[in-house]
Structure formats: structure tokens, C-alpha cells
Design a protein around this ligand. Structure first.
Ligand code: FMN
Length: 266
């Protein structure tokens, strides 16, 4: 289930009276009923679902996630007690804060499958932004362009899609070296028929994510993240899975980097 969180404009002005991250946007402009906001003069979708600011009973309600992320704040939704927690960078930093901004204390892995290189681009931007290691999920039998042609009823992807119980994609390796050492694991994939490409299944099933923060991300032509992250979380059975993020095929690298650093994983 997708949760959208709105916050009353006056409450948000009080909230941002506290310190924000130095790399945060300086000016955000949102318009009622408009799904595009301006962040430091650049047009950006508020989210991938077309969410817009609204006026309810004379009160101006703004989508808080987009604003918080642009300001470099951390925002977390807890499904079990239905709370939203917003923290400033200062809350997470240790008192002396001598670390350079992008040096992660945590060991981060960006694992991804990419059939046509879109997800690869997003994964590399995340890894570069967070100084993370990468692991490429590689099927033993790679997909050719013909294999990926979902418009052809006889293509490999269509055959696999039609027989979910029998499909099993063997990987060159399903676990990177020293997987146990990583604190945070990003899992990237293309959306196939509204879900995560099944090529990542063995990576998910064959690793123990206990104690790790796991962040799904994907690229797609038009579909959102949907239930793909939740489905992988169930498949894994372990790990602390965050909500994740979908990027369009022709993603804006700045947006990917901004999202990755807004997670404040260090
Ligand atoms: C077999 C197949 C199924 C796809 N299904 C969807 C879909 O359901 N929704 C969508 O928006 N895009 C879909 N796409 C497009 C891909 O999600 C999109 O091109 C993605 O960015 C590809 O990532 P990659 O280059 O890393 O493989 C599909 C592509 C393929 C090959």
C-alpha cells in the first residue's frame, strides 16, 4: 500500500526553523494541484504518482516527503504505529561532526541487475555518491535483445513470465565476497510486468540480510515501484527493508544522487 503524507504548511514552517543540511536545496516552490515542483529553479516531479499540494478546508497541505528530501532531512514512515519521523542532519551527526559529508561510516553495497543498462546507470550514480561497492547480478545465460522482446509471444521473457513456478534464473554468483560485512544493501532491478525482474530472485533468496538495512530501487518505463520492494522483502525473509525508489529509464542523475544522499546512511 502506498502512503502519502501531507503536512500543514504552517506546521512545516515551524519544523524547518531547525538546522537543515548544508547541501540542501535553498528554494522550493510548489503550486496547488501541480505535480511538478521547482527545486532551486529546476522542475522536478513531486513523486512518481502525480501527487500535488492541495487545499483542504481552507488549509494548505503539502506532500512532506518531497520537501523533506529536497531539504536534506531524513523522513521515515513506520507502518506498524503509523508515525512519520523527520530528523535533521544534526540529529544524526556525532557532536564533533569532523567527517567529510560523503564519507560513509557504514559499509554499503549496491547490488543490481540491469538487462539494458538503465538500472546500471542509476546503480553507479548511487555507488559513486555513497562511496559504496557494487555487485552486478549476472545471469549465467544472459538475455539477448530478442529474449527481452515482451511484444513477441514466443520470447524468453514471455515464456518465463507465463511459467512463474518453473522459472529459475541461475546466476554467475549469487553472493559477493564478504557479504556479511555490509551494513546497507541497495538492490536494483528493472521492472518487468509491474514487479522486480525475477533475475534478482536468487540474490534475494541466497543471502542473509539479518541486521542489514536493505533499500530496493528500480527503473521502469512508466510503472512505479509498486509492490516490488515488499515482494522482495517477503522473499528474503530477513533484513530491515526501507520503502525504496523508482526512477524513469531516462533518469536525472542529480535526482538519483540527491535521493541516495538524502537517506543519510552514514
Ligand atoms: C520483459 C520486460 C518487461 C517490462 N515491463 C515493464 C512494466 O511492467 N512497466 C514498465 O514501466 N516498464 C517495463 N519494462 C521496461 C523496463 O522496466 C525499463 O526499460 C527499465 O528501465 C529497464 O532497465 P534495465 O535497462 O536496467 O534493464 C519492461 C521491460 C522488459 C524487457
Amino acid at each position: 500500500m502506498k502512503i502519502k503524507i501531507f503536512i500543514l504548511l504552517s506546521a512545516f514552517i515551524l519544523l524547518i526553523g531547525c538546522a537543515v543540511n548544508s547541501s540542501a536545496a535553498e528554494k522550493i516552490v510548489m503550486k496547488i494541484d501541480d505535480p511538478v515542483m521547482q527545486v532551486d529553479g529546476q522542475d522536478m516531479n513531486i513523486d512518481n504518482d502525480g501527487t500535488t499540494p492541495v487545499i483542504i478546508n481552507g488549509r494548505t497541505m503539502l506532500p512532506v516527503r518531497a520537501i523533506a528530501e529536497a531539504l536534506g532531512l531524513n523522513i521515515a514512515w513506520n507502518e506498524s504505529d503509523r508515525t512519520v519521523t523527520i530528523t535533521t542532519a544534526a540529529e544524526n551527526d556525532n557532536e564533533e561532526n569532523t567527517q567529510p559529508e560523503k564519507t560513509a561510516d557504514k559499509k554499503i553495497l549496491v547490488a543490481y541487475y540491469s538487462a539494458q543498462n538503465h538500472t546500471k546507470g542509476a546503480a553507479e550514480a548511487i555507488a559513486d555518491e555513497l562511496k559504496a561497492d557494487t555487485f552486478v547480478i549476472t545471469p549465467k545465460e544472459p538475455y539477448t535483445e530478442a529474449d527481452l522482446d515482451w511484444t513477441d509471444d514466443n520470447s524468453r521473457v514471455n515464456a518465463e513470465h507465463d511459467a512463474p513456478d518453473t522459472r529459475h534464473i541461475e546466476l554467475e554468483s549469487s553472493s559477493p565476497e564478504s557479504f556479511a560485512d555490509y551494513d546497507v544493501v541497495f538492490v536494483g532491478y528493472p521492472i518487468w510486468w509491474g514487479s522486480a525482474s525475477w533475475v534478482v530472485d536468487d540474490f534475494i533468496k541466497n543471502n542473509d540480510f539479518t541486521g542489514k538495512t536493505v533499500i530496493p530501487f528500480c527503473t521502469s518505463q512508466a510503472s512505479g515501484l509498486g509492490e516490488s520492494g515488499k515482494e522482495l522483502e517477503e522473499m528474503a525473509g530477513t533484513g530491515n527493508w526501507l520503502e525504496g525508489k523508482r526512477f524513469p529509464e531516462s533518469f536525472d542523475e542529480k535526482e538519483v544522487r540527491q535521493w541516495a544522499s538524502s537517506l543519510k546512511l552514514d
